[in-house]
Design a protein around this ligand. Structure first.
Ligand code: HH2
Length: 285
């Protein structure tokens, strides 16, 4: 079943917007030594730039550059280390005038601020404004904000995640985050929400959220990230490097359930899967 969206676009700075009429791919570009599936792959600037260009050619709707792994158990990275990883990539890509916007995947306002100043247009904050200065930074730059949900912090979040009603609690937290962002001056139509799959959630919690993505569209366009994650391992029994088919099945299910941005590492395959699924979905309507 598909669900109507409250907004088919995400407003970006500079009178631009990201068209979300059809579901698209937010391509993952991790510039980290230790991300759970692509750690170390893009540490050299030339490798990061080549990967970014390839992802754009493969049909990515936006590029999500990250300099800190938030996988379960990950230790925090200092702001200076994170800045040293992401800024050269953001600066170089902004200089190339790519046809897609850059997103900075960070939970630190200082990193977001520097990345936005160098040309990023979206902040992807998996902590949903855990840094109290984040909303003001996004507002100052007139940027877009992907508000994520997390219970706890990456180091300990998977030890014993607990909810009364996971969908209700995540919805309430994201609704409160949207209100805080708007009060700080972020435009309502510059917001997207993400239930935070794997961020302090068991398999049952994740499935409950994925089954109810349509509810979250009442808040803002929905972003979801399941690419290569443990959830796929639990459902298929496959290791990280063998989770593409499971991830594509999940991406299609999420798009048909209401998500408009699918955060994914395997861009070409995910773009194709979404295009086919969406063409059939539209033919049905
Ligand atoms: N998941 C990860 C990182 N950022 N952002 C959003 N909006 N949604 C997600 O589900 C999400 C995210 C974790 O995945 P990855 O970046 O591949 O790994 P790591 O945190 O190890 O760098």
């Amino acid at each position: 079943m598909s669900v109507a969206l409250s907004s088919p676009a995400l407003r970006l700075s500079g009178e631009r917007s990201l068209d979300l009429t059809r579901p698209g791919v937010l391509a993952v570009l991790n510039v980290t030594p230790d991300s759970f599936s692509d750690g170390g792959a893009h540490l050299a600037l030339a490798d990061a730039l080549a990967a970014a260009r390839r992802m754009v050619a493969e049909g990515a709707l936006a590029l999500d550059v990250g300099g800190e792994s938030t996988r379960p158990g990950a230790a925090p990275v200092s702001a200076s280390d994170e800045l040293a990883r992401v800024l050269p990539v953001i600066e170089a890509l902004a200089g190339e005038d790519l046809p897609v916007p850059l997103s900075i995947d960070t939970r630190k306002a200082v990193v977001a601020d520097a990345a936005l100043a160098r040309g990023a247009r979206i902040v992807n904050d998996v902590t949903g404004l855990g840094d109290p200065r984040m909303a003001a930074v996004v507002a100052d730059h007139d940027a877009a904000l992907i508000l994520g949900h997390i219970q706890g912090d990456p180091r300990t979040m998977q030890r014993a995640p607990r909810y009364g009603s996971v969908v209700d609690e995540v919805y309430a937290a994201l609704a409160a985050g949207c209100e805080r962002a708007v009060s700080a001056g972020v435009a309502q139509d510059a917001l997207a929400v993400d239930p935070g799959i794997g961020f302090g959630k068991t398999l049952q919690h994740n499935l409950a959220l994925l089954g109810q993505l349509g509810r979250f569209t009442a808040l803002a366009p929905v972003v979801v990230g399941i690419s290569r994650k443990q959830l796929l391992g639990a459902l298929t029994g496959r290791p990280t490097e063998e989770r593409l088919a499971g991830g594509l099945g999940g991406a299609v299910a999420c798009a048909l359930g209401g998500a408009r941005l699918i955060r994914a590492h395997d861009v070409a395959a995910t773009v194709d899967a979404l295009r086919v699924a969406w063409a059939i979905h539209e033919a049905r309507a």
